[in-house]
Design a protein around this ligand. Structure first.
Ligand code: PXP
Length: 253
């Protein structure tokens, strides 16, 4: 069974746009969990453009599934993570001007800086995930760093789907499959996310059944505008369950 983590950052984006008290990310997290999600994911950005420190503190008290905190390895945020103790910390690269996380973390380049931080979080009892490109060298370095899991950046795959480039799509699916198999062999758990939506996730589920967890935000929160948050999450969860069940049964797809 695939796990679904729902990223609720954009509930806070809407709130921050007017600096109001609503919509409340904790209320959103409760609905997301009620709809069957397995994890609440939030990204505490250095510029605090959406999720705030207090949201994180509140979410820690209210989330009853798992709390996955995406963050850069900035010292103040690392301190906060050790205090709040989310179940999982996912290290992501961060550039202030970017619209969203535009690529995976180059763990080979930042290994020296990241190594003590990973150790510290693990000593605090927090699972560590690294958000990387589906690249074998990055996976090997993730193992060396002592990560528990990797999350593959699916942005390139999603871009190829948008371009309707069949070869490009297939190439990206192949990268994701090879990387997932390699990571599993190395003892890592495998997650994926970024840019996934109700249409482009199906091929990924069919062709890369090795991926155990998906973290999806923008498309789910967008769909919620039309059908409500619970329904939006249920629809995504149903795709995960249906496509996985069909794959497991060996039925032709
Ligand atoms: N996973 C990680 C590590 C991310 O940084 C993000 C974006 O914050 C997501 C998943 C969710 O991406 P999207 O909002 O495009 O679904």
């Amino acid at each position: 069974m695939k796990r679904l983590g729902v990223n609720i950052d954009h509930v806070a984006t809407l709130r921050q746009a007017r600096k109001t008290r609503y919509p409340n990310p904790m209320a959103a997290a409760a609905l997301v969990e009620k709809a069957g999600a397995d994890q609440i994911t939030v990204h505490l950005r250095e510029d605090r453009r959406h999720i705030q420190d207090d949201d994180l503190r509140e979410l820690r008290k209210t989330v009853s599934t798992l709390l996955n905190l995406e963050m850069a390895a900035a010292p103040d945020i690392v301190n906060l993570a050790c205090e709040i103790k989310p179940n999982v910390v996912t290290f992501v690269p961060e550039r202030r001007q970017e619209l969203t996380t535009e690529g995976g973390l180059h763990v080979v380049k930042v290994a020296e800086m990241l190594s003590p931080v990973v150790r510290r979080l693990k000593q605090s009892g927090i699972e560590v995930s690294l958000f990387i490109e589906p690249d074998l060298k990055q996976i090997e370095e993730s193992v060396r760093l002592g990560a528990d899991r990797v999350e593959f950046h699916t942005g390139r795959y999603c871009e190829e789907v948008d371009k309707r480039d069949k070869k490009g799509i297939q190439d990206e699916l192949t990268h994701l499959k090879q990387a997932s198999q390699f990571a599993l062999e190395k003892g890592l758990s495998v997650a994926a996310g970024h840019g996934l939506n109700y249409d482009n996730i199906e091929d990924l589920l069919r062709q890369v059944p090795e991926i155990e967890e998906y973290n999806i935000g923008h498309s789910v929160v967008s769909r919620a505008i039309f059908v409500g948050l619970e329904q939006a999450v249920k629809e995504m969860k149903e795709i995960l369950e249906t496509v996985t069940a069909n794959h497991d049964s060996g039925r032709p797809l």
